[in-house]
Design a protein around this ligand. Structure first.
Ligand SMILES: CC(C)(COP(=O)(O)OP(=O)(O)OC[C@H]1O[C@@H](n2cnc3c(N)ncnc32)[C@H](O)[C@@H]1OP(=O)(O)O)[C@@H](O)C(=O)NCCC(=O)NCCS
Length: 239
């Protein structure tokens, strides 16, 4: 499912069940030794996916350990992102020379708990989410908004090391094309952003799972007149 959401030069690997006997590196094993079974399974399976994605890129298999704020630490030559939710584990990995950052998120296609949407959505997002929920109830649009914001954060944080609140990004979803854009709102203190401020990506709702994915190309296409900050793109295209 992930592969359809990202450029072909991004390696993806995913699982909808947890295989038995997954190998973990000793340093990963020691992180998870006291975890509850649910956490152990998602941790192990997503790292099994990571090793498959490393193999697809020709990168030697390596442990994936959490860095500051839990950010996955990859080999210097690659950038990537991991996600897990009930019934889905996934990884997207790309060569650093091709992409500045990648962010993916998976969520069950089920509504958020009451009150959560109001705490993560800007007024425009709230209106649009309610319109879409009325028109196309087969997608949990509130949960999709949450997922897109998580994907934005997972793309942004490895690049900048900065936190983002849910209301720092204004998300616009194209329900027909299954794409989205997200724009970081200006910092109230007037600080310059440490990374790109405009993101675009793709989403899907299949088999009970919502997916959101962003890949930021490392280079602007020849002839682009955009400013210095790269803009986040889906399928390798600048919009
Ligand atoms: C970190 C966070 C995004 C994880 O999302 P989640 O839906 O809870 O969990 P997922 O299963 O999708 O992703 C978990 C994986 O995210 C990755 N991750 C954790 N912290 C991360 C960070 N700071 N940056 C990038 N990736 C991170 C890890 O690989 C983790 O897997 P692991 O614990 O097995 O190593 C979320 O918990 C969080 O802190 N969100 C608040 C910030 C935010 O989203 N703001 C919105 C801004 S618009």
């Amino acid at each position: 499912m992930l592969t359809k959401l990202l450029p072909s030069t991004v390696a993806t690997a995913e699982a909808t069940a947890d295989p038995a006997g997954v190998f973990l590196f000793p340093e990963e094993e020691s992180l998870i030794s006291n975890a509850v079974p649910k956490r152990r399974l998602e941790f192990a399976t997503v790292r099994w996916c990571a090793r498959r994605a490393m193999g697809a890129l020709g990168v030697a298999p390596a442990a994936v350990l959490p860095g500051r704020r839990g950010v996955p630490q990859w080999a210097p030559s690659v950038v990537g992102s991991m996600t897990h939710c009930a019934g889905f584990r996934g990884v997207a990995l790309a060569r650093r020379e091709d992409f500045l950052s990648v962010g993916i998120d998976a969520e069950p296609n089920a509504p958020l708990r009451p009150g959560v949407l109001e705490s993560i959505a800007l007024p425009q997002e709230l209106r649009r989410t309610r319109e879409l929920a009325w028109a196309m109830p087969e997608v949990a649009w509130d949960r999709l908004l949450f997922s897109i914001k998580e994907a934005v954060y997972k793309t942004w944080f490895p690049l900048t090391g900065q936190e983002l609140d849910f209301t720092d990004a204004l998300v616009s979803v194209d329900a027909v094309q299954e794409t989205f854009t997200a724009r970081l709102l200006p910092d109230p203190a007037g600080l310059s952003p440490a990374g790109p401020t405009s993101f675009s990506g793709r989403w899907s709702a299949r088999d009970g799972v919502l997916l959101s994915a962003i890949a930021v190309p490392a280079r602007r296409p020849a002839g682009s007149t955009h400013g210095d900050a790269p803009r986040m793109c889906a399928a390798g295209s600048i919009r």
